[in-house]
Design a protein around this ligand. Structure first.
Ligand code: BTN
Length: 260
């Protein structure tokens, strides 16, 4: 089988997703699902695309999609994983940890980390990004969008991305089956989401793989920018930044590492 072939039936049979649809091209898989009515549908539904013409990211980020990457979104009810509403903020960190785990399976020799809240980095370069939104017409449903660079070499990416991002093929030198990576990723997501409310070692696990800890960072919350030393995450998943006046807890924002 061609490594880039997506076998929708195999994914449906080998995972907890009820319906898989794969498109040749779409503007954004998150937007596609947000525009679909979910009433009466068998959830979870996964929609992926070989290329996105307007892939969206967190804040003002966009997402570069090229053939060979995995770009998809899943719409589901968090109740399926018995996630209490009070634990929903942890979804973001937990989803990043699941993607981290999948990437590490294909890159066992590399240092695969999470950049708060949920970007996945390999040796200091971004390999995956996540965008989690609620469904506009059914706000109790979540849309989790994942972009993971698999067989798309960054050599064909826009110049400004080449030094900042990487892919599984660039790091390992071999292509991976996109269907296998996706099935494994769905298994890792299921495992992480099922333990959101119970795992006592979750934060320790997150801290062990935290890319920003000990680095000087700039945090932009859309209004202000502050700079300081990152001291990891606290029990609620907030990012801790040491400033001259003390430690500040950050709940949202984009982070830039300085001095690298
Ligand atoms: C980020 O890096 O800020 C998040 C990027 C998220 C990209 C994925 S690709 C699939 C899904 N569809 C989108 O438009 N965005 C997400």
């Amino acid at each position: 089988m061609n490594v880039d072939e997506i076998d929708c039936r195999l994914i449906e049979q080998g995972s907890w997703v009820e319906q898989v649809e794969w498109l040749a091209e779409v503007d954004s898989t998150n937007r596609f699902l947000a525009n679909e009515t979910m009433t009466g549908r068998n959830l979870p539904v996964l929609v992926g695309a070989n290329t996105q013409t307007a892939g969206r990211g967190r804040g003002s980020n966009s997402w570069w999609s090229a053939p060979g990457s995995l770009t998809f979104s899943i719409v589901f009810d968090p109740q399926q994983f018995a996630i209490p509403t009070s634990f929903l903020p942890r979804m973001s960190l937990s989803t990043g940890m699941a993607v981290r785990k999948t990437v590490a399976r294909w890159l066992p020799e590399s240092n695969v980390q999470v950049k708060w809240p949920n970007d996945v980095y390999v040796q200091g370069r971004k390999v995956a990004g996540l965008l989690i939104e609620s469904h506009p017409a059914s706000p109790s449903l979540l849309i989790v969008g994942i972009g993971l660079n698999v067989n798309n070499s960054l050599q064909s990416a826009p110049q400004q991305l080449q030094a900042k991002a990487t892919s599984i093929v660039d790091m390992s030198g071999s292509e991976a089956s996109r269907t296998d990576v996706l099935i494994q990723l769905l298994e890792d997501l299921e495992h992480e989401w099922n333990r959101i409310a119970t795992a006592s070692d979750f934060l320790e696990d997150y801290r062990n793989h935290c890319y920003l800890s000990g680095r000087n960072i700039l945090v932009n919350d859309g209004v202000d920018e502050i700079g300081g030393l990152c001291e990891g995450v606290d029990a609620e998943g907030a990012l801790l930044v040491r400033l001259p006046v003390g430690v500040q807890r950050i709940f949202a924002g984009t982070i830039e590492v300085i001095g690298e």
